[in-house]
Design a protein around this ligand. Structure first.
Ligand code: FES
Length: 116
């Protein structure tokens, strides 16, 4: 399904915001080369990535245990590493990429594609 999710002027480069498209919660990001969307919750322990930091025009860092994900691909750049000792938890919460959703621009409007 395709959903209209806003306009290109809604975010400045390096910003992100939470949104819903149908039943799917996600975070929309504006990077230097366009707009991207990932699932809204971290795959480690489900913290909200809308409260995370966008780093170096590339990654979102989870606010809870600092896992970093490539926004464009969803791949893990660095797994949960904070505070010290969280690695024990990682034995049962192994690395897992974020789901990503294609975002397109048309006449200044943004659309996201979500699997049916
Ligand atoms: S919940 Fe995101 S790194 Fe733990």
């Amino acid at each position: 399904m395709r959903y209209k999710i806003g306009s290109t002027g809604d975010l400045k480069e390096g910003e992100s915001r939470a949104l819903r498209a149908g039943d799917t919660s996600m975070v929309l990001y504006r990077l230097s080369d366009g707009f991207y969307a990932t699932q809204s919750r971290c795959t480690h322990l489900f913290a909200s990535l809308a409260k995370g930091k966008v780093l170096k025009d590339k990654c979102v860092q989870c606010p809870l245990h600092r896992a970093r994900f490539d926004i464009r691909s969803g791949e893990v750049e660095e797994w949960a590493n904070f505070p010290p000792g969280v690695q024990l938890l990682n034995a049962v919460r192994g690395e897992k990429a974020l789901a990503t959703f294609p975002v397109t621009e048309e006449n200044g409007e943004l659309y996201v594609e979500v699997p049916a």
